[in-house]
Design a protein around this ligand. Structure first.
Ligand code: BTN
Length: 240
């Protein structure tokens, strides 16, 4: 991954730049990086604040060896890869389903997967990773209670080293998943999971589900033990 890469001082979103590059023949593993995004986006239609000099804004284009059914595993893998990369620099990150990376309980990185496919064929996936390196001065106060940055936890490594470490961890996770399937990936994810075995609430399209966080099923769905029995949740927002 990252053999081919493009860097933009400013771009709307590295996700869009990656998509444009895919349409224009980007190879598997091509990476787009930007100093600043003017329309960075997060999961569930949210905006991702990405001013210059404050974070790593990166999108990875994957075109080979994935089926549509692998997208859930890919989503867990991407958060896990960021966590593993941060561990290599001495941080102690935690994971919040499906792919938030936390430091001391606050979000330091997020992952957005976009792509296109049909039935058993995935044409491409764009894995977007946003990692806060320092908090911008104009950071909204209401975000300070839920978000953090590497610099709040010691001097951050240079962004190119962070990018290289994340790409090599993601590469390793992709190979391991192809060779071993979902089981070992789930184990590596769960040992870093925050609030496993504890009470959580999940906002889903169909309402709020409260119960004990019991793990992940074979598809990577979130398992919650509720008063009405075990529920497997495919998408939603976890509140710890
Ligand atoms: C989330 O936690 O909601 C996901 C945030 C993903 C942000 C990254 S920054 C690089 C890439 N480009 C975007 O516009 N979004 C992703």
């Amino acid at each position: 991954l990252g053999q081919a890469f493009r860097f933009f001082p400013e771009v709307d979103s590295t996700q869009n730049a990656a998509r444009r590059w895919f349409d224009d023949g980007a190879p598997h593993g091509a990476v787009v990086l930007a100093e600043r995004q003017t329309a960075g986006r997060g999961r569930m239609g949210r905006q991702w604040v990405s001013p210059p000099g404050t974070g790593l804004w990166m999108s990875v284009i994957l075109t080979d060896g994935l089926r549509l059914a692998d997208v859930h595993a890919l989503s867990l893998m991407a958060g896990l890869a960021v966590a593993e990369a941060l561990e290599a620099f001495g941080y102690r990150p935690g994971l919040k389903w499906p792919n938030d990376v936390l430091l001391a309980g606050k979000k330091v990185a997020g992952v957005l997967i976009e792509g296109q496919g049909e039935l058993d064929r995935l044409y491409f996936a764009v894995v977007g990773i946003g990692l806060n390196v320092r908090l911008p001065e104009a950071f909204p106060p209401e975000l300070r209670t839920i978000a953090t940055a590497l610099a709040e936890h010691g001097p951050p490594p240079p962004r190119r080293k962070l990018a290289a470490a994340i790409l090599s961890a993601l590469d390793r996770e992709l190979r391991a998943y192809r060779a071993e399937g979902f089981g070992p990936l789930r184990e590596r994810w769960l040992v870093r999971a925050v609030s496993l075995g504890r009470e959580i609430a999940v906002e889903t399209g169909g309402g709020r589900i409260v119960g004990r966080f019991a793990g992940l099923d074979d598809d990577g769905k979130l398992l919650v033990e509720t008063a009405a029995g075990l529920r497997a949740i495919a998408s939603g927002e976890v509140r710890l």
